[in-house]
Design a protein around this ligand. Sequence first.
Ligand code: X90
Length: 276
Amino acid sequence: MKMRIVVDSSANLHSLEESNLVSVPLTIRTDEREFVDDTALDIKEMIDYLAGYKGKSGSACPSAGDWYSAFGDAEYIFAITITSNMSGAYNSARIAKEDYEADHPDRKVCLIDSLSTGGEMKLLVEKIQELQAKDLSFEEIGRAVTEYQKKTHLTFILKSLTNLANNGRVSPALAKLAGFLNINVVGIASDAGTLEQKEKSHGGKKAIAALRKIMDSMGYSGGKVRIDHCFNKEDAIKIKELILAAFPSADIVIGENHGLCSFYAEKGGIIVGFEG
Ligand code: X90
């Protein structure tokens, strides 16, 4: 049975042949340049360029054709997308699934709307891999992941909401607040898969404490944590240490935001997926 996991690049994972994992890139665009969110992307160069760019910038999700080709020749596919409430990625993946299953009646795509992004998508991928190793059937894995998804969450600290607001993904009023007052916005992915602001904190230390509190309020009790930062390893480490102080054996991995998450979370932004 040939199984494959396909994610979009907002999961901050690279394609990995050994595990039959494929990352489908989103793109970041200005009037002058296009950045494809794959292994070749120089994220630092993109961030520096965008900081000096005064025109419009935005993003585009993978097309149905992009998803379709990522499915390759696999018989059983798990496709995980960024939240359908902030991107068209789920919709294009749905079209690809329909086409793929119609063209190959013996193959199946299990499509999962993460209602989230980043580290929470990583946790879903890891869970699928874990269940695959246990030799569960495609249907059993699908059901177990949907169940697991109920206890995974996403929280984050953002230094700026400018790119989110300019692209209509959050309200301009919320973005202004973050920009003018030099405030950290600490929030979560809501159950509906939208950005929900929880706290506004002056200073990084308070923001980290607020994030840690949010994790507790969402039932964190020593499970897995996947922290992705955008050029802010210091704060990622501080978050990790704060969690370890309470749960010394917690499985915590620090990674980097790839292009899409770096564009929206912006420099200094931290996104944390965790088990509740
Ligand atoms: O289709 C597209 O062009 C992609 C649009 C993506 C918009 C949202 C990206 C969010 C990235 C920001 C912090 C986490 C917020 C999570 C809310 C679910 C990361």
